[in-house]
Design a protein around this ligand. Structure first.
Ligand code: NAD
Length: 380
């Protein structure tokens, strides 16, 4: 095995002490119940005295404001170093709250100047979907590693461009799939992929919420790419894929619309079946007009489910053998710390761009099936 550099060895030692076994395990399944989390306050140095990587958030909307910003006060290996916003008033508030210097504040026009800023190692794209491709590619060209929010892009062709751009710039790309760092979801992966209760016989995955404000970008096709499927359904696709550990080969889908006044441009509710190699079916549903939040699998020797499955916290789970009992974690802090670790050790993320691309190929096939009314193969 290739010798680890001193820097990398020290870093691995530090992070394994601070994050526990979860983030470092060769697979994500190990030592959940013994997982410990040690938070350090926000700042530029890790608890061990090492340099934290600087993250710049692009887009200071709800998710950045309520989840990512606060999580970056709890991360051990990265911190909020910069912001990119089109709203000067937000820049002022964030600058004060997080101690961000003027030189680390950009807007969408001068963003490319970030190339010359050594404080910023990672750019995190938290914008409406139609801007994901542009800012991921601009960030990579500026020499920054990139995390891009879900859904990765407007379609799978854009995902390929983003992956290529990061590869050509020799930068790492990750998608904001926080649930790969959440113990109940990791347990679903373990039980399903390792066939702990035998071969899977069925999977159910559904995610949705009520979105009734007609003015949001999520309801505009040219800004969001699609509706419930793109925004919430991607979690159900993820859940089915990581519980089975397989890639769907075909889909059938049907759209239901009860409020065409609000959902005139994008999908309101879609029921879809994912067909996996060997014939296993995942029954899925997503909606902008219903609260749905479940992931369940049945196997030859039992069943297991989590509900709520996809929330920021409060996951609960049970199996035919009894309840699941795991610690609650700050998903986004673990997710960003893991990416910082990947950058520092030059290791591919557990949730790389390719993971976003796989979901987007499924989404593309679902939209095709909605249109044709037929079974559609998932593109390769
Ligand atoms: P939001 O509407 O709250 O914020 C969007 C931000 O983009 C705002 O700051 C807005 O000013 C800015 N923006 C720039 N140009 C815009 C334009 N032309 N139209 C509209 N807004 C524009 O959205 P959000 O909920 O923060 O979502 C942002 C991204 O984060 C999306 O990709 C979303 O899917 C993702 N997200 C992920 C999670 C998760 O759990 N991983 C949760 C919520 C959102």
């Amino acid at each position: 095995m290739k010798q680890l550099s001193n820097k990398r060895r020290d870093f691995m030692k530090t992070i394994s002490l601070s994050l526990g076994a979860l983030a470092l395990a060769p697979d994500a399944f190990s030592s959940l119940s013994s997982q410990t989390q040690v938070w350090s306050p926000g700042g530029r140095q890790s608890a061990s005295g090492g340099k934290k990587l600087g993250i710049a958030l692009v887009g200071l909307g709800t998710y950045s404001r309520d989840q990512l910003g606060p999580s970056l006060l709890q991360t051990e290996h990265c911190y909020l170093a910069g912001i990119v916003t089109g709203t000067p008033e937000k820049a002022e508030v964030w600058s004060e709250k997080y101690g961000i210097p003027q030189k680390n504040i950009y807007n969408y026009h001068n963003f490319d100047e970030i190339a010359g800023n050594p404080d910023i190692d990672i750019v995190y794209v938290v914008l409406p979907v139609f801007m994901h491709k542009e800012f991921t590619i601009r960030a990579a060209k500026a020499g920054k590693h990139v995390i891009c929010e879900k859904p990765m892009a407007m379609n799978s062709a854009e995902c390929v461009e983003m992956i290529d751009a990061c590869r050509n710039a020799n930068r790492l790309l990750s998608i904001g799939y926080r649930l790969h760092f959440e113990p109940y979801n990791i347990e679903m992966m373990r039980l399903g992929q390792k066939k702990i209760m035998g071969n899977l016989t069925s999977v159910e995955a559904e995610n949705g919420f009520k979105l009734l404000d007609p003015n949001v970008w999520r309801l505009k096709k040219n800004l969001a790419g699609g509706g419930a499927l793109m925004d919430a359904g991607v979690y159900a696709i993820q859940g089915a894929r990581y519980t089975t550990g397989m890639e769907p080969i075909a889909v059938t889908a049907k759209e239901e619309k009860t409020r065409p006044d609000i959902f005139s441009e994008v999908d309101e509710t879609i029921r879809f079946k994912l067909e996996f190699p060997g014939g296993l079916i995942a029954d899925c549903r997503t909606s902008f007009n219903m609260d749905l939040n479940k992931l369940r699998a049945t196997a030859a020797g039992g069943w297991f489910e989590i509900a709520p499955a996809y929330s920021y916290s409060g996951q609960k789970g049970k199996t035919s053998g009894g309840p699941m009992n795991f610690k609650q974690v700050k998903q986004q802090a673990l997710q960003m710390d893991d990416f910082a670790r990947c950058v520092l050790t030059n290791e591919k993320s557990r949730v790389p761009g390719e993971e976003g691309l796989r979901d987007m190929r499924v989404i593309d096939a679902i939209y095709r099936s909605v249109k044709t009314g037929r079974r559609e193969l998932v593109g390769k």
